[in-house]
Design a protein around this ligand. Sequence first.
Ligand SMILES: Nc1ncnc2c1ncn2[C@@H]1O[C@H](COP(=O)(O)OP(=O)(O)OP(=O)(O)O)[C@@H](O)[C@H]1O
Ligand SMILES: O=P(O)(O)OC[C@H]1O[C@H](OP(=O)(O)OP(=O)(O)O)[C@H](O)[C@@H]1O
Ligand SMILES: [Mg+2]
Length: 286
Amino acid sequence: MENIIRIAVQKSGRLSDDSLGLIKECGVKFYNGKGKLKAVSHNFPIEFLFLRDDDIPGYVADGVADIGIVGENELAEKESNVTVLKKLGFSKCRLSLAIPKGVDYPGLSFFEGKNIATSYPKILQNYLTKNGVNAEIHEISGSVEIAPSIGLAEGICDIVSSGSTLMMNGLQEVEKIFKSEAVLIGNPNLKDWQTEIVEKLLFRINAVQEGKSNKYVLLNAPNESLDKIIGLIPGMRSPTILPLAQSGWSSVHSVLNEDQFWENIEELRAAGAEGILVVPIEKMIV
Ligand SMILES: Nc1ncnc2c1ncn2[C@@H]1O[C@H](COP(=O)(O)OP(=O)(O)OP(=O)(O)O)[C@@H](O)[C@H]1O
Ligand SMILES: O=P(O)(O)OC[C@H]1O[C@H](OP(=O)(O)OP(=O)(O)O)[C@H](O)[C@@H]1O
Ligand SMILES: [Mg+2]
């Protein structure tokens, strides 16, 4: 049989759409019908295992899967022996301590001797120990935000993104204790042929991510402003300059980070740039 690697991805939940979307953008084709727990790509040597996210660090550490996509929070909680290969920039969230709204919060000492409900007992215990707080950790596996209102705990430690779940449950965020995003992880003992395939995938992921954070910019400028404009949008090696049919004018093509573009837009216009087009880039290899 052909050599293939195995990737563990979340079956369904907050990580799954972006994980599979990223791999599809890398040109890896596969069919993941409803209820399927495994799939093989027909144009890249990779097999998918669709799992609960809690199990992904352990499967990768044990070598059942060679690589996987998981949140840094789950990774820190499981303390599995895996290598972080790449931060992926999606499923960004934080773990926070929260208490009922209206309750006075004097600082971390609030939690001394209190009960805290969480699905992340290790991360929480490490944080409390580091800060010299003794609290009782009550581990529950979901719907953590409900715990204070049913008398299970005085506070919670759970995932926060927009904060709307906290708000809906009458809670206030009082400490941010851990920042997380999705990461690609790998078994630390991959064989050379497995590493080679992982490197190919990483090359594609980098090209997709570079493409997303950069834009292709085209603009028209009077020739006397070209030096100034080139300084503002230097591009990958240097911008392309093409003469317009109207004499004295040029078309300038360049690639630049979107943030950098917005920072320089006023100066570009002041230098005489006009007809500015900003075009998305699908893949970018630097
Ligand atoms: N609201 C959110 N915004 C952004 N990222 C989030 C959010 N909630 C969770 N995440 C991230 O996505 C991961 C998976 O969240 P999800 O809610 O799908 O987990 P789950 O219910 O434990 O799923 P599973 O059924 O696979 O065990 C979390 O560990 C976290 O890294
Ligand atoms: O700050 P917010 O934007 O409200 O996001 C935070 C919520 O998102 C996650 O739950 P999810 O909606 O994925 O449901 P689940 O707990 O059933 O997995 C997490 O467990 C929080 O409850
Ligand atoms: Mg889970």
